[in-house]
Write a protein that binds this ligand. Structure first.
Ligand code: SF4
Length: 101
């Protein structure tokens, strides 16, 4: 009896974790035109960064290799504390980029 109850509790926690994971996956992507994003020179595709405007940008820099990126290695997108409640693509970039150690 108690095993069945434990299983039911675990099932609920599991479903909750799945729900929160899918809720996060549904978070909107950061828009380049968003004032906060534009202020940081955010580009959805790092390949389109204006190198004249951002001379510290170097090829190979993107959110996926940034210390602030909250996605896991291999994730297409993930969170960034600079854009709460939104996601950035692993291929994006902004001027706050800090290479992951
Ligand atoms: Fe991407 Fe890093 Fe800028 Fe966040 S701080 S948008 S992870 S480059």
């Amino acid at each position: 009896m108690s095993n069945r109850r434990e299983f039911a509790v675990q099932l609920c926690f599991g479903a909750g974790a799945l729900l929160s994971a899918s809720a996060f996956a549904a978070a909107p992507m950061v828009d380049e035109k968003d004032p906060a994003a534009a202020g940081l020179g955010f580009k959805a595709d790092a390949a389109t960064v204006d190198k004249a405007k951002f001379p510290k940008f170097a090829a190979g820099q993107n959110c996926g290799s940034c210390a602030l990126y909250q996605g896991k290695a291999g994730d297409a997108a993930g969170g960034c504390p600079l854009f709460a409640g939104k996601q950035v693509s692993a291929k994006s970039w902004c001027s706050a980029y800090a290479k992951k150690a």
